[in-house]
Design a protein around this ligand. Sequence first.
Ligand code: CU
Length: 122
Amino acid sequence: MEFLFKRRALPLAAAVALALSAAAYAADPAPAPQVAAAEAGAVTISNFEFQPPLMTVAPGTKVTWVNKDEEPHTVLSADGGATFKSPALDTDDKFSFTFDKPGTYKYFCSIHRHMVGTIVVK
Ligand SMILES: [Cu+2]
């Protein structure tokens, strides 16, 4: 049994190693995966909704909201804006907050309180 396992496992390990080195080689020309991850948190405000309404990000991710409505909106953490609080965002205005600590962060628009969203950091 052990012999059979090794005969199968070794070529598999070699294939995995090849695939990994190929992936590393392919990624080499653009060595910025960390920056890409940090910019992954984008919430669009459109039609009086936060899109996506629920987003899960890794700790340290900078989330940016952009208002695509003609109406002004705000982004306030559910603790009354104690954690983060944007000014009124006009069309195409942006607001960013970096989520360093794991947790569930609910937020809303203080102008239209039915507009709610959640950022989960884990
Ligand atoms: Cu609003």
